[in-house]
Design a protein around this ligand. Structure first.
Ligand code: MG
Ligand code: ZN
Length: 216
């Protein structure tokens, strides 16, 4: 009996081209005075709800565009649009992440001078979105207390490549006996200095700290 594990890097050859496209996006954002944020995380961590809460707090002060990555639906974009925020949906078909060229194509007909902030909700997936730069200001990984305790340990590269970690749904932590300190120390093990925010998009707890560090 053998038990083999083979590691395959399917994305290897794609990274170079993506980095070039990301640099072009970054240039475009900077010319238009836009701050863009790439919000990554598994399905069900509350990425959309986090964006909705941020939009509610920030829409009076900034002109916001939300870009939603999803395989097939507009569900998340529609939720954010209900807050009076402009949205662009990218339906990726089979692709489990956004890349810089998809973002470029999606924004081709958008007048970027009309916006100050772009929140990009990446495809629900904790693995490859982290490997693809989009040319944004910050990559934010959202994990939540309802995903079980090992999300960070099992996906260390995601936290490593992100600029900050948001632990969402902290309002549920006590009820399910979630060990927040253990999760934070998992993050610390991956990256000793990455900022970690504990928030509840539902109650609003912790959101002001997050907004503060985003320098918004
Ligand atoms: Mg969502
Ligand atoms: Zn992918």
């Amino acid at each position: 009996m053998t038990e083999r594990t083979v590691t395959i890097d399917v994305h290897k050859d794609l990274f170079g081209a993506n980095e070039e496209a990301a640099a072009e996006n970054a240039e475009l954002f900077s010319q238009s005075g836009i701050q863009a944020f790439d919000i990554m995380g598994s399905v069900g961590t509350g990425k959309t709800q986090l964006i909705e809460s941020l939009c509610e707090r920030l829409k009076g002060k900034f002109r916001i565009l939300m870009v939603a990555g999803d395989l097939a639906t507009r569900i998340d974009a529609d939720r954010v649009a209900a807050h009076g925020v402009d949205t662009v949906q990218i339906n990726t078909g089979t692709a489990c992440h956004l890349d810089a060229r998809m973002l470029r194509v999606a924004l081709a007909d958008v007048d970027l001078s009309e916006y100050d902030l772009i929140f990009i909700e990446n495809v629900g997936n904790l693995i490859c979105p982290a490997g693809y730069s989009l040319g944004v200001e910050k990559k934010i990984v959202v994990v939540s207390v309802t995903e079980g305790p090992y999300m960070v340990r099992k996906h260390p590269l995601t936290s490593k490549r992100a600029d900050m970690v948001v632990i969402n749904k902290i309002d549920l932590a006590e009820a399910i006996g979630f060990d927040m300190d253990a999760l934070v120390s998992d993050v610390r093990e991956v990256d000793a200095s990455i900022p970690v925010f504990k928030v509840s998009s539902k109650t609003g707890e912790g959101l002001n700290d997050l907004i503060g560090v985003l320098e918004l």
